[in-house]
Design a protein around this ligand. Structure first.
Ligand SMILES: *[C@@H]1O[C@H](CO)[C@@H](O)[C@H](O)[C@H]1NC(C)=O
Ligand SMILES: *[C@@H]1O[C@H](CO)[C@@H](O)[C@H](O)[C@H]1NC(C)=O
Ligand SMILES: *[C@@H]1O[C@H](CO)[C@@H](O)[C@H](O)[C@H]1NC(C)=O
Ligand SMILES: *[C@@H]1O[C@H](CO)[C@@H](O)[C@H](O)[C@H]1NC(C)=O
Ligand SMILES: *[C@@H]1O[C@H](CO)[C@@H](O)[C@H](O)[C@H]1NC(C)=O
Ligand SMILES: CC(=O)N[C@H]1CO[C@H](CO)[C@@H](O)[C@@H]1O
Length: 488
């Protein structure tokens, strides 16, 4: 069934009016006890405020829910949440996709065990990381397979060259290799803000005097970049079919680092110290303090920062997806680093979960609509009221909802920090045998093989949590302003 048919059914069932207004309008007109306009406006403002707050928290910007006082049942002036006109678009997402569009030819990727078996059991911190594949040879095989199945031939060649160089020279070509790789990437919806303080700290700041080049991508130029570099691949298909710009914003940062390398940073971050200072004087994992790391190991090929380090908090799972979490608003990598490739591979494997959910959800929703369309509209029967309530409930859930609200994955698990954290930690484990526990309580930069890990203060100073230092700390490199531009 197409979106058009769905709209017709919604019309038939009286849930929307012909000009696609939400059910609310129709139902409100019928309600005998309309509240005074002032009260309605006030309620609407409160609802909007609460909703905007929730938007900020979960980063939803695409999906409007209207709260209508006393809409359905005149006797009890209860709140009814009605689907907004934008719902059909999200509801029918995934109807023309198949799971194999994204995973065919790739070895299965075991999903993480379910987090919580029974309601009140505490989440075991080790169980939340998906570290597959856990030995180095299997890890390299999975990345090689990803490259040969997913990337176009020209990029496969670049990958092989980059890998061979790494094998021969060790990590000689660092994340900050002089030359083509020295690019700072930023991605915004459009050019608004490019002359603001935050972005100018990157485009005009100390990085420029160190020979970095600044490149900004808007929605349009990002799509052009995908078309030029990944035309005809499943990654182009993924790019043009993701149901929210938030997911695209996550995907493009991993792709830019995977194929081009350099620094990626969100547009609401402030560069505090030039890149040459990042990780300076790092400790060596399992080595003596203050050894000359670069002389021993060569330049690092990846720089990542810790976002959350929950210590002994038992309720961490309510707040952070991982007890030790790696942030993805700022990171740096040499081209074709396995961490960035693994993040993209993980998104390909997560997407079928969303597709399967979306198709089931769509079937459930439309079969309710079909039942409703066969029931008389007035007077509303008990059955009709019951089915409308079920429909309203289903209308609140979509493919982007978090599991605890009835959705499949949530943005954070689909493309966000969970994915990047797992990509980093699986690499550190497979290649160096390091686990998340080894990174707890980090206060200075640490070199783990070719990866430089910055303490919370590095990319997240002044957050007032996890013993993060202030923005003027010598270890503070980049500051995030939490403006939410990552949503675009
Ligand atoms: C699938 O449907 C979406 C709208 O839901 C549309 O944007 C996209 O182009 C369609 N893809 C194909 C391959 O038809
Ligand atoms: C590595 O792991 C794979 C499965 O992920 C397994 O088949 C293989 O035997 C392991 N290799 C070693 C050397 O342990
Ligand atoms: C930013 O500044 C440059 C140079 O002053 C100007 O050409 C450009 O139009 C400005 N862009 C925006 C979006 O304000
Ligand atoms: C659809 O309805 C069935 C039966 O109630 C339920 O088991 C399933 O989880 C629903 N699917 C989705 C995606 O909501
Ligand atoms: C991530 O997925 C797990 C397991 O399904 C779920 O419990 C958790 O709530 C999800 N996190 C978010 C932030 O969506
Ligand atoms: C890695 C790669 O090939 N990048 C190319 C992607 O497309 C842009 C043009 O949009 C080229 O400039 C890049 O070299």
């Amino acid at each position: 069934m197409g979106t058009m048919d769905l709209e017709k059914q919604m019309l038939g069932s009286g849930l929307i009016t012909p000009n696609l207004q939400p059910a609310s309008r129709l139902l409100k007109r019928r309600s005998p006890h309309r509240m005074p306009r002032g009260v309605r406006l006030a309620l609407r403002r409160i609802a909007t405020a609460v909703f905007c707050f929730c938007l900020g928290v979960i980063g939803w910007s695409w999906h409007a829910i209207e709260v209508i006082p006393g809409a359905r049942d005149p006797e009890q002036s209860q709140l009814l949440i009605a689907p907004s006109p934008s719902l059909p678009r999200l509801l029918s997402w995934g109807q023309n996709l198949s799971s194999t569009d994204f995973t065919s030819g790739l070895s299965p990727f075991p999903l993480r065990r379910p987090l919580v078996a029974s309601g009140s059991a505490p989440v075991h911190p080790d169980s939340v990381y998906n570290l597959h594949p856990i030995n180095h040879s299997a890890y390299v095989d999975a990345i090689d397979e990803f490259v040969s199945v997913v990337l176009p031939p020209r990029l496969q060649l670049e990958y092989q060259t980059a890998t061979a160089m790494d094998g021969i020279l060790g990590p000689a070509h660092g994340w900050d290799a002089v030359g083509e790789g020295r690019v700072i990437w930023q991605k915004g919806k459009d050019e608004v803000g490019v002359n603001g303080t935050d972005m100018r700290s990157w485009s005009e700041g100390s990085a420029m005097s160190e020979g970095w080049e600044w490149r900004f991508l808007s929605d349009d130029t990002a799509t052009a970049w995908i078309k030029q570099n990944l035309s005809g691949t499943r990654l182009e298909k993924l790019w043009s079919n993701l149901p929210s710009g938030i997911l695209n914003a996550d995907l493009i940062r991993y792709l830019l680092l995977a194929l081009c390398g350099g620094i990626y940073s969100d547009t609401d971050t402030l560069l505090l110290k030039p890149p040459s200072r990042w990780g300076a004087g790092a400790d060596l994992w399992r080595g003596e303090r203050d050894r000359e790391v670069d002389r021993v190991l060569g330049r690092a090929r990846a720089v990542v920062g810790i976002e959350a380090d929950v210590g002994d908090r038992e309720d961490w799972a309510e707040w952070w997806p991982r007890p030790l979490q790696i942030l993805q608003w700022t990171m740096a990598m040499a081209p074709y680093h396995p961490i960035a490739l693994s993040a993209v591979l993980r998104i390909l494997h997560n997407t079928p979960t969303a597709i399967t959910f979306a198709q089931g959800h769509y079937n459930n929703y439309t079969s309710l609509l079909t039942q409703l369309s066969s029931l008389p509209r007035s007077p509303p029967s008990d059955l009709r009221i019951e089915l409308e309530a079920q429909l309203a409930h289903l209308g609140e859930i979509n493919v982007l909802s978090e599991p605890r609200h009835g959705g499949p994955l949530g943005v954070i698990n689909w493309t966000g920090p969970s994915v990047f954290t797992d990509a980093v930690l699986s690499y550190l484990f497979a290649r160096y045998g390091m686990t998340w526990r080894d990174l707890r309580g980090l206060e200075r930069p640490l070199r783990v093989g070719d990866v430089l890990v910055l303490p919370v203060t590095g990319f997240s100073p002044g957050v007032g949590n996890f013993r993060a230092g202030d923005v003027w700390s010598s270890e503070a490199m980049v500051q995030l302003h939490f403006k939410g531009s990552w949503k675009t």
